[in-house]
Design a protein around this ligand. Structure first.
Ligand SMILES: NC(=O)c1ccc[n+]([C@@H]2O[C@H](COP(=O)([O-])OP(=O)(O)OC[C@H]3O[C@@H](n4cnc5c(N)ncnc54)[C@H](O)[C@@H]3O)[C@@H](O)[C@H]2O)c1
Length: 382
């Protein structure tokens, strides 16, 4: 196999799963990653079926992730990294098993169900010289990268106000009995301490942080559960104070009838503002004080470097979720390939979310829950 190709394994992503197939599609987009091993389900028969459908050698299909981590680390041509696409409560133990063998990890968000666990994974990755990517999808979109670059260039001045929202309607009724994805998200034993803020509030937190570069100083959160019988939140509002004095408001909801995946971020500065929506992701609204609003379009030569680099097809042909995910994999694979060649990389040279962002995201969820439990009191972020 060419030195320019990486081999990877997957834990989770069995029959009927959602994000596993998105990861597989994204990982193969640029021809840099080949899926060579898997433990796709806790049920070995399902792992065998998925593995066979994907054309994976049966010797590389494992009964569980522990066996996979051990056996793959012993092989001369073992996997370069593993993608963890299981429900939240398993992320820590699965990632720990691979990191312990020095195998790099891609893990979906939230990276763990406690910040203590996320800290442990960060330390373990550093100790064993492994890389760690957390797939915060929206930072992979070219027009989100453009927004980040415009902020960095000072085009909107000092940031004053941020509005982030992620409304969905899919849990407006108690559908969890029939819906596999809903069933574990509303269960504290599998989702962790939050459902809605953990699942989609975490996307607002990361997207805002990626574009603005601002650090949260304190927050006040109000989480509610509107559908009877649920233990965890299905709607939440969070007020934020950032370290630079800016203020923000995030709203995440799974009971917002009429909305699919309405992530929208608006950032207002002293000289201008930006607006990006994930359901219209190829465009970025850019306003300068006193001027008409411009609609920047993906794929054009007038955009900055990062948006140009992550662009794939001409403007007007829509790019979306798969391409954004593929951009994260492309940057992570580039980092691992460079490390193979040079023995060492500087993480900040590669544009993908790491365990540092993953840890911050879990802390955000914990702070929101703590604040809400104290009657939406302000809590320091630290
Ligand atoms: N980045 C994003 O935009 C995004 C979107 C959706 C989901 N997610 C995250 O991805 C993860 C999975 O979510 P989903 O919606 O795909 O869930 P899902 O229920 O559709 O799939 C989970 C899969 O994991 C398998 N599994 C569970 N335990 C396992 C184990 N011990 N070993 C092997 N396989 C196991 C299940 O059989 C299933 O195939 C969650 O952490 C979720 O928060 C992220």
């Amino acid at each position: 196999m060419s030195a320019e190709i990486l081999k990877y394994g997957m834990v989770g992503g069995g029959p009927g799963a959602f994000i596993g197939e998105v990861h597989r599609t994204a990982a193969r987009f640029d021809g840099k990653n080949i899926l060579t091993a898997g433990s796709f389900s806790r049920d070995y028969q399902k792992t065998l079926k998925t593995g066979k459908d994907l054309g994976i050698d049966e010797n590389r299909l494992y009964k569980n992730y522990t066996e996979m981590a051990e056996k793959e680390s012993e092989l001369a041509d073992g996997i370069d990294f593993v993608s963890v696409v299981t429900p939240n409560h398993t992320h820590f133990e699965v990632a720990e098993a691979f990191l312990s063998q020095g195998i790099s990890v891609v893990c979906d968000k939230p990276v763990t169900t406690s910040s203590q666990e996320a800290s442990k994974l960060k330390q373990l990755a550093e100790k064993n010289d492994a890389e760690f990517c957390v797939t915060y999808t929206y930072s992979g979109y070219p027009m989100v990268k453009e927004a980040k670059e415009l902020v960095e260039k000072g085009e909107i001045g000092d940031i004053r106000v941020i509005m982030g929202e992620y409304p969905q309607e899919w849990l407006a009724e108690p559908t969890e009995e029939e819906n596999k994805q809903a069933s574990w998200r509303i269960d504290p034993n599998q989702a962790g301490i939050s459902n809605c803020i953990g699942d989609i509030g975490s996307h607002i937190e990361h997207t805002v942080s990626y574009i603005s570069g601002l650090e949260i100083s304190k927050l006040s959160a109000n989480l509610d559960t509107f559908v009877a019988g649920r233990e965890l939140d299905d709607n939440g509002e969070v007020m934020i104070k950032y370290e630079n004095g800016a203020t923000g408001m995030y709203w995440a909801s799974q009971v917002a009838v009429g909305n699919d995946n309405g992530l929208k971020v608006r950032i207002f500065g002293s000289k201008g503002s930006l607006e990006w929506s994930q359901e219209n992701p190829n465009y970025l609204y850019f306003s300068k004080l006193g001027e008409a609003t411009k609609i920047l379009s993906r794929g054009h030569g007038y955009l900055g470097n990062e948006a140009q680099k992550s662009n794939r097809i001409p403007p007007g042909h829509p790019e979306g979720y798969f391409e954004a995910f593929a951009n994260i994999y492309a940057n992570f694979s580039a980092a691992l390939l460079e490390k193979k060649k040079k023995g060492k990389i500087e993480e900040q040279d590669f544009d993908y979310p790491t365990i540092t962002e993953g840890l911050r995201g879990v802390k955000f969820i914990e702070k929101c829950v703590a604040s809400s439990q104290q009657g939406a009191s302000w809590v320091d972020f630290e």
